[in-house]
Design a protein around this ligand. Sequence first.
Ligand SMILES: Cc1cc2nc3c(=O)[nH]c(=O)nc-3n(C[C@H](O)[C@H](O)[C@H](O)COP(=O)(O)O)c2cc1C
Length: 354
Amino acid sequence: MRGLLDLLGTRLPIVQAPMAGVSTPALAVAVSEAGGLGSVAVGGADVEAARGMIHEVRARTDRPFNLNVFCHRPPRRDPAREARWLETLAPCFRSFGAEPPALLGEVYRTFVDDEAMLALMLDERPPVVSFHFGAPPRPTADALRAAGVRLLGSATNLDEARALEAAGVEAIVAQGYEAGGHRGVTDPDAPDDRLGTFALTRLLAACCRVPVIAAGGIMDGAGIAAALALGAAAAQLGTAFIGCLESSADTAYRAALAGPAAAHTVMTRLISGRPARCLANRFTELARILDEASVPDYPLAYAAGKALATAARAHGETGFGAHWAGQGAPMARSLPAGELVATLEEERRSCARS
Ligand SMILES: Cc1cc2nc3c(=O)[nH]c(=O)nc-3n(C[C@H](O)[C@H](O)[C@H](O)COP(=O)(O)O)c2cc1C
């Protein structure tokens, strides 16, 4: 544990997961000030927005923080498939008096060939950068490390973990199938062994050279203590922070998290084109009747998913929101983030003592 905490420059073995669209610079500041590692997600942001978020964090804390980007392969364009998908969703759009978009855009750009985002990182030098959906090319990782930036990456199996090590990543987030949000799989079309957090954490801790950070379904100090007992050096929690006052989750998302849907999360690629775990809602219900194999590539499908959520919301229906959450969702707490971090650490210590 000490090695990782020294690498990250934090006091506690707690990482607040980057959550595009949900985590905020204020959340990262609160977590980092409390001794954990706060994360800023810029997977959905352009360079100027990312720079603004970095400055917002730096204006309020001098503690380390993590900047997170997506390394997905660019989508394969298939106009016929995209048109068929939009036709499939058309009745849903029409039920809200709207039409599906005419074309699907790339709502999230990959970092893999984003030279402007790399230049921003080399200029700003955030203390930590983390990658989801694989890693960038080795020269990019080397340039960041040479600039003094520490690198993390998500893996869902041993092969992905080894590829991250080979790419120059210095600690691996072992993301179990329980986790909320997008699975960090490199290839969403490859067979998925769906390893749970318990098995994956132990496997990577035993087989990797670099420290492991466990993620997926961890909601309290007992979960963190269990992850450390399995050999992880820290735990990364996402869903636990959605209900925090500093998150940007809207009222409907918070209500869904506090309601019965929290006990029934669903893994589906219908909403975005990549497998992701969401609170059960009207969108995930569609997964029961629609063929997931016909969904366009990420993030093209996400353009349709976001448009449908907006059309539905305009009619007072919030059940098409991308309400990502992990299997521990019923245990989410609504606290200021600093208080949550202090509580998690207190729970972890009392668990370790007993
Ligand atoms: C709302 C939400 C958004 C997420 N967005 C990102 C993201 O932008 N980047 C990323 O690396 N991981 C993202 N994740 C996945 C987390 O990094 C982490 O693996 C996951 O939250 C752990 O599972 P838990 O939610 O059960 O704690 C997201 C998770 C959630 C719940």
